[in-house]
Design a protein around this ligand. Structure first.
Ligand code: ADP
Ligand code: MG
Length: 371
């Protein structure tokens, strides 16, 4: 894989209009026409790249998506509150309206790409969380403009790319969360890279079902059971829960073994499992964690995720956490400073680990300044 260009590869940026694809998909709350940003971390995270450009005399035009407006303007997903915050943090920097207000963004339409690059001299992608999607703002501008990865994207490529090349072993991946079928897809390739997989969260129920355990009313993807059987039979090391916590058929908190009664829902790994997973994490030398072990937003089901987070914080291994909710869980437990790298992309980090490349990176490598 040839090198992904960085800001230095842009040459002289003075007097240039630079389009910066940022990930300003920030958490917000409040009425649709008076949204309030609840955490501006993603805006602040873009400042090193923005300031590198502005301090060298460039005029920066940022562009981002926000939520899933489905190709038409909706007040709830207006960039106005983000534009106001950006004006405080980086005066003089422009921010375009939500990219996904135009259907051409997700469809990667040439007309939308043309409108994005109009009156623009250079392009920087700093939106790792969107770099696995072949959307207009990700793959379009580098076709014609000198382009580079911003600092956030550059660091993601260094850390996650490095994991594929020469990880310290044992290298383990801890997977959980709710996007079961998305993540099951990458497990097969992840198994080629890691020494063992640790599986909790909603995903574990499809594996438990594949082993013949009744999973009650837990999330389970019936059409993926065969895939899970195949993975379990592959002889690779896969750690699954040995006990579970959740709600019984009457909605009361309950502890279970691996057989869930009818109507019962598994919502967290049990204490025995959490301790066993923590041992595996402490013995590893590289740990990649994506996806909470349970429905941690509810304090009753946060213990498994907390124990795993504490082990990830305490282990001597090189630790990488990917995924919005996993990062939120770490922050909730005040452990986010204890990991080596918190990735800004969930799907993107898994896909980069799996494939070693992303559409957004390939586009940058093909830009006219590096071709
Ligand atoms: P990430 O954003 O870290 O990639 P996901 O978006 O895949 O993670 O999943 C996060 C969500 O998964 C959380 O909202 C959590 O409540 C939910 N979750 C985890 N385990 C379970 C479970 N057993 N049943 C239902 N939801 C779960
Ligand atoms: Mg998520």
């Amino acid at each position: 894989m040839s090198r992904v260009p960085t800001l230095e590869d842009l040459g002289d940026v003075s007097g240039k209009r630079v389009l910066v694809r940022t990930d300003f998909n920030v958490p917000m709350e409040g009425a649709d026409d008076a949204r309030i940003i609840t955490d501006d971390f993603r805006i602040r995270a873009a400042l090193p790249t923005i300031e590198w450009l502005t301090s060298r005399g460039a005029h920066v035009v940022c562009a981002s998506h926000l939520g899933r407006p489905k190709g038409a303007p909706v007040a709830k997903y207006s960039m106005a509150p983000i534009r106001a915050r950006l004006a405080e943090l980086a005066p003089g920097v422009e921010l375009l309206e939500n990219l996904r207000f135009n259907a051409g963004e997700e469809a990667n339409s040439p007309e939308f790409v043309a409108s994005l690059v109009k009156n623009i001299d250079m392009y920087v992608n700093d939106a790792f969380g969107a770099a696995h999607r072949a959307h207009a703002s990700i793959v379009g501008p580098p076709q014609t403009l000198p382009s580079a990865a911003g600092r956030l994207l550059q660091r993601e490529v260094e850390v996650l790319g490095g994991l594929r090349e020469k990880p310290k072993r044992p290298f383990i991946a801890v997977l959980g969360g709710a996007k079961v079928s998305d993540k099951l897809g990458v497990i097969e390739s992840l198994l080629q890279v890691v020494d063992s997989l640790v599986i909790g969260g909603g995903m574990c129920f499809t594996f438990l079902a594949a082993q013949g355990y009744p999973v009650g009313a837990s999330i389970c993807e019936l059409d993926q059971i065969a895939t899970c059987k195949k993975l379990l039979d592959s002889g690779k090391s896969i750690h699954l829960p040995e006990d579970l916590v959740g709600l019984d058929a009457n909605g009361n908190f309950a502890t279970f073994g691996l057989r869930l009664p009818e109507g019962a829902k598994g919502l967290d790994i049990g204490p025995g499992t959490a301790a066993a997973f923590s041992d595996v994490i402490m013995d590893a030398r590289t740990v990649f964690w994506n996806g909470p072990m349970g429905m941690f937003e509810d304090e009753r089901f946060a213990a498994g995720t907390r124990t795993v987070a504490e082990a990830v914080a305490a282990t001597k291994a090189f630790t990488i956490v990917g995924g919005g909710d996993s990062a939120a869980a770490l922050a909730q437990f005040k452990l986010d400073d204890e990991v080596d790298h918190v990735s800004t992309g969930g799907g993107a980090s898994l896909e980069l680990l799996e494939l070693g490349d992303l559409p957004g990176l390939a586009a940058l490598r093909g830009a006219p300044n590096v071709r």
